[in-house]
Design a protein around this ligand. Sequence first.
Ligand code: SAM
Length: 272
Amino acid sequence: FYFLSYSQNSGYLEKLKTMASMEACYQGFDPVAYLHYNYTPPRADFEGRSSIVPWKLSCLHKAFTEGEGDILVDVGSGPTLYQVMSGCERFDRVILSDFLEVNRRELQSWLQEGKSSIDWTAYFKYVCELEGQKATRLRSVVSDVVPVDVHQSFPLSPEFLHPSGADCLVSSFCLESVSHDLLSFNHALDNISSLLKKGGYLLLIGALGESFYMGAPGLYIPVVPLDESQVCASLKASGYELLQLCIYHLPPDMKVGVDDVTGVFFAKAKKT
Ligand code: SAM
């Protein structure tokens, strides 16, 4: 684990170096370990009232019941599917995206062959209890699993998304865990906003108070520790109207040693 710092006065070269270090961190990312750290019990306990995954699924379910459109883009999908299980009902086309090929392969493997490193059945069952049939629908609407880099001004290739943008963006635990400081987080938020139509919705889920998470055994990835007011200020500065902000405070049994997260935010915002 190493500490990265970048002040506003640092030069362009310094910025490039820090971005390269962040990128280097991700070369050891292990989708299987990450899924087990975060998406199996106790964090994914569908019987437990206070478990973090059912909380996220319920937030997404409620947010998506109000929105619909043509294209939903998930920015920084990682190897996970839960974040589009509700959205897939409401959009004709879903684009999944990640910086790492190992994560895109993990998603393709589930989409094409039904194979994945963790069993998503309990997730589908939970969301189906909220909404109805799911896995077939998700397979039929995901049109692409594509590379993304939130540090680029237009993070997806225009061949996958028309410059007019998507109707909705979802992004979970991505921006704060790929940025080396708040300034870089804000730039990344501006960049992904270029993928969204004016009047479109952003569903942003992220970690609060987190300084690292484990991306593989022994791989400690630095995270920008955010607080609630910074999230609100960043959304406002990027031209969003904040419609909803929910906070989940991690109870002691969710602190399993794979990160130092203290809370999770769920924000629904409209691009003005
Ligand atoms: N969305 C998933 C979730 O909810 O668990 C994964 C989040 S994981 C903490 C962060 C993800 O960001 C990883 O899948 C990583 O490959 C991806 N990533 C790394 N660098 C990135 C970049 N420059 N642009 C977009 N995504 C990036």
